[in-house]
Ligand binder design. Structure first.
Ligand SMILES: CC(C)(COP(=O)(O)OP(=O)(O)OC[C@H]1O[C@@H](n2cnc3c(N)ncnc32)[C@H](O)[C@@H]1OP(=O)(O)O)[C@@H](O)C(=O)NCCC(=O)NCCS
Length: 322
């Protein structure tokens, strides 16, 4: 039986920081509202950096932290909703930047759950023995899609990237993964592509932005996070005491607090870094995992659960032994 493991992580964010006070100069909001409703204090935003720039920086750190070299990587999967171009994908651009050999590279879009979906693919492909070492990345410049005049959404998002090298292993590291999707038939969380254009008129559409029904997304998130964690525990015959840490998608601190209460895992076991980054979509989970490892919150031998949800409505979770 072949197993898989995390073999190096890294993350990167653009240097420019936008605080809640900075946002209060743009829209009618204030630090007290944003902090108390979301837990966010600041976020990093790209000025010139592209999604590929951030993905490259995060990947180099993950490779440096791993036991493999660039030549050992035999696939790249990038989860993003904000690629630099419709094509080529961020993964293809990364191949050029990192000087990777001729390997399959592709992007996936499962919104904020994208990184867990990429992890699922990497895990299954390595277990099939077709590949040995896969670089997976969650990278976003979500603030490009932000409507800076809409206080309901513009306070929530930030930019960044997180990367992970997933490798074959003799011992079980990535123990179980759940991914799923529950149709968002009402379009509670959506960002349109540019309108279809009549080529004879060739009208230029307005820039498209994120549209969100916050309360409905909140309801979905607070239902699916506890159920995913509980399912992972049940089907692996584990108790909540067996979990050293939970690393959830950072969308709202109150969502994490509600999940902590519902699964009865204390908040000091729930990683929270939303105060520094806001919601970075597919980058949120790998940024949080890398930070938690580098700060020593998760150590070799620890068991942790990661869980995410997002547009679609997609969701995913993984049970991992570091
Ligand atoms: C968006 C969210 C923070 C709003 O929090 P909330 O407690 O539900 O707030 P409400 O929607 O009840 O809004 C309360 C009031 O604050 C106002 N408000 C909204 N944004 C504001 C802001 N940035 N500053 C000040 N006031 C704001 C609203 O207009 C509303 O005013 P009204 O009562 O006069 O209409 C919360 O619903 C949420 O986090 N949802 C999930 C979002 C998410 O996770 N998205 C990404 C998924 S990947």
């Amino acid at each position: 039986m072949r197993y898989t493991k995390i073999n190096g992580t890294g993350h990167a964010v653009p240097p420019k920081v936008l605080t809640n006070d900075d946002l209060a100069k743009i829209v009618e909001t204030n630090d007290e509202w944003i902090s108390s409703r979301t837990g966010i204090k600041r976020r990093h935003i790209s000025v010139t950096e592209t999604t590929t720039d951030l993905a490259e920086q995060a990947s180099l750190k993950a490779l440096e932290a791993s036991s493999v070299t660039i030549d050992d990587i035999d696939m790249v999967i990038v989860a993003t909703v904000t690629p630099d171009h419709a094509f080529p994908g961020v993964s293809n651009l990364l191949q050029q930047r990192l000087n990777l050999k001729e390997i399959p590279t592709f992007d996936i879009n499962a919104a904020c759950s994208g990184f867990v979906y990429a992890l699922n693919l990497a895990d299954k492909l390595i277990k099939s023995e077709a590949y040995d070492h896969i670089l997976i990345v969650g990278a976003e410049t979500l603030t490009r899609l932000t409507d800076w005049s809409d206080r309901n959404t513009c306070v929530l998002f930030g930019d960044g990237a997180g990367a992970m090298v997933i490798s074959k292993s003799e011992k079980p590291g990535i123990k179980d993964i759940i991914v799923g999707s529950r149709s968002d038939t009402e379009g509670h969380l959506i960002c349109d592509s540019p309108d279809l254009k009549d080529p004879s008129v060739n009208k230029i559409s307005q820039q498209d932005h994120i549209h969100m029904n916050g309360r409905e997304v909140f309801k979905f998130a607070t239902r699916v996070m506890p159920s995913t964690i509980n399912q992972l525990l049940e089907r692996n015959q584990l108790d909540k005491e067996d979990i050293d840490y939970v690393i959830a998608h950072q969308a709202n601190k109150r969502i994490i607090e509600k999940a902590s209460k519902d699964v009865d895992i204390p908040m000091d076991k729930m990683y929270v870094n939303i105060q520094n980054y806001g919601n970075t979509s597919a980058a949120s989970v790998p940024i949080a995992i890398d930070e938690a490892i580098r700060k020593g919150h998760i150590k070799p031998g620890d068991t942790f659960v990661t869980v995410a949800f997002g547009g679609g409505f997609t969701y995913g979770g993984a049970l991992i032994n570091l």
